[in-house]
Design a protein around this ligand. Sequence first.
Ligand code: ZN
Length: 95
Amino acid sequence: MNRKQRRAMEARAKKGDNAEETLATQAALFDKIPEECTACEAPFDRTDREMVDTWRVVVREQDKDNPVRCYCPSCWGTAQEVLDNFLKSLPDEQE
Ligand SMILES: [Zn+2]
């Protein structure tokens, strides 16, 4: 084996390790994603790429029992609206 081949092999091994680690972390988290919207209980199919792309997953590490919540696009939109309205309803701070 010459130097070039060895370097290529080492690079490949290193890359492989990292990929595996990331995959394991994601898989552990992925496993905790609920199978329904936390708000409206619409079914969530985590094998559906489009759903995975459009739904929002929120991780709250301080919540040990239920750290991962997911929201369908419409609930997420509603939540943003409610938050927006709430922020708008707050009185401007007076000095
Ligand atoms: Zn929902």
